[in-house]
Design a protein around this ligand. Structure first.
Ligand code: NDP
Length: 419
């Protein structure tokens, strides 16, 4: 049916590629293109002969629009899936626009250099006007709305697990369980253990930036921002058990606040063990999380990139990680005038993911939805020109594919709630 160009070949891409190859009906051909072509060739070698999907590979610098345009023109894909880094979102969107090809990603734009003056001025203005200080936000990509609409192409933003599946769960809850949703609590629990004193489950730079930032939530039409890790709750997660979780800012809060009519409060919690938090605080205190270059023995280095070199590659955690993740959303609201609460969640087992596709559950829970979003765009089930997040489409085909492709979900109509 279609051809997908996949940009990036890290942990998430590895899973998305495996899953595309399990869905050859939609993905007749894929091209894996990344900065390090050897990684693309290694994945191709692993999968060739086991799938009907025809795989090609290419080298591309996704920070360079002209290189991207050349590759897209040569390969002629139906859509481009960006599973490189959020830093590349805008160059890849620009290239898609120039070639009139649909665009898909799993994380919204943030700049690599947060001191760059044009970005910094817009950021300072946004912090003041909207009241949240995360480096990532949707404004940069939403600004492409008209251009994409005029070009007759679509961008599907944030089709990972969170954002992504959590937003689809919200659309599904609204469609089938509620007349109106009052509150959404998104709970992201990783009950896995990789045995290292400290490692991140996905790209360390992106991950550590996110969790060391201020927390914030949406309440009664505005943002409430709090100190990092200052709101803590305990929750007894089905199939995982009791864990401490902390309120974080997270990107889907921004789009759900815009797209879910009348929603009064949206919060996001993620579980962390004490040891992770202590390591992170220590690294932050000594400046290792900084993205600002420093001179070291005559060379310029970026501290967080050096830290990435020292930390285990998230793609290598698969064989050693045991335990489960549980990610989902608790909704409160009204149906037929009555108060109602439901919890929709998925439980994913690290070792089962490893057996199936050679990766841990964090990459798996992101890579599967990346494939599902891409499939719905390529087969035109979700098709409208413009820039959209996943909750803006009919959730049913996506929910069916989650069951079919390894992320089955549960609806609990009597869940524990979060105070
Ligand atoms: P990795 O660091 O494992 O992989 C990133 C890949 O992108 C690498 O192959 C890297 O190449 C490549 N890359 C980086 N810069 C460029 C460039 N300029 N040109 C071409 N390729 C480039 O990251 P993950 O797989 O862990 O994460 C991928 C994305 O998924 C991120 O955007 C992350 O934020 C997102 N994510 C989303 C989640 C969700 O639930 N929505 C959850 C987890 C992650 P090289 O191999 O040379 O380094």
């Amino acid at each position: 049916m279609g051809k997908l160009l996949i940009i990036g070949c890290g942990g998430v891409a590895g899973v998305a590629i495996h899953k595309c190859c399990q869905n050859s009906e939609v993905f007749e051909e894929i091209c894996i293109a990344s900065r390090t072509k050897e990684k693309c060739d290694a994945v191709k070698k692993e999968l060739e002969g086991k799938t009907k999907t025809v795989i090609t590979t290419a080298k591309v610098d996704a920070d360079n629009k002209d290189e991207l345009v050349k590759l897209i023109k040569a390969y002629q894909p139906d859509a481009v899936l960006n599973v490189a880094l959020p830093y590349q979102d805008l160059t890849i969107m620009d290239a898609c626009l120039e070639c009139k090809v649909d665009y898909i990603d799993t994380a919204n734009y943030e700049p690599e250099d947060i001191e760059e003056p044009t970005w910094r001025a817009a950021y300072d203005k946004r912090c003041k006007e909207l009241g949240f200080t995360a480096y990532f936000d949707y404004s940069w990509q939403w600004a492409y709305q008209e251009k994409f609409r005029e070009a007759g192409i679509m961008a599907l933003l944030g089709t990972g697990f969170d954002p992504g599946v959590t937003s689809v769960f919200t659309a599904y809850a609204l469609k089938h369980y509620f007349d109106e949703i009052d509150t959404i609590d998104i709970l992201d629990c990783n009950g896995g253990d990789h045995g290292y004193p400290f490692a991140t489950n996905f790209n360390p730079e992106i991950n550590l930036r996110e969790v060391s930032a201020n927390g914030s939530y949406w309440e009664n039409g505005h943002w409430v921002e709090v100190e990092p890790m200052s709101i803590k709750r305990e929750y007894d997660f089905p199939q995982v058990g009791k864990k401490d979780m902390y309120l974080l800012h997270h990107e889907e809060i921004e789009s759900l606040a815009k797209n879910i009519p009348g929603v009064k409060r949206i919060r996001f919690f993620m579980t962390f063990g004490q040891s992770y938090l202590t390591h992170m605080k220590c690294l932050e205190n000594v400046g290792m999380l900084s993205t600002t270059p420093v001179m070291h023995e005559g060379h310029e280095i970026v501290p967080i990139q050096f830290l990435k070199t020292l930390l285990p590659d998230p793609a290598s955690l698969g064989p050693r990680t045991v335990g489960k993740t549980n990610i989902g959303c608790i909704f409160t609201g009204k149906k037929d005038g009555k108060e109602k609460t439901i919890y929709i969640y998925n439980v994913c087992d690290h070792q089962e993911c490893y057996k199936e596709v050679g990766s841990q559950a964090i990459s798996y829970t992101t890579g599967v939805p990346a494939m599902i979003g891409s499939a719905l765009v390529v087969n035109k089930t979700w098709k409208k020109p413009g820039v959209f997040t996943v909750e803006e489409f009919d959730p049913d085909p996506y929910m069916d594919m989650l069951n079919k492709f390894g992320l089955p979900w549960v609806v609990d109509e009597h869940p524990q709630t979060v105070e």
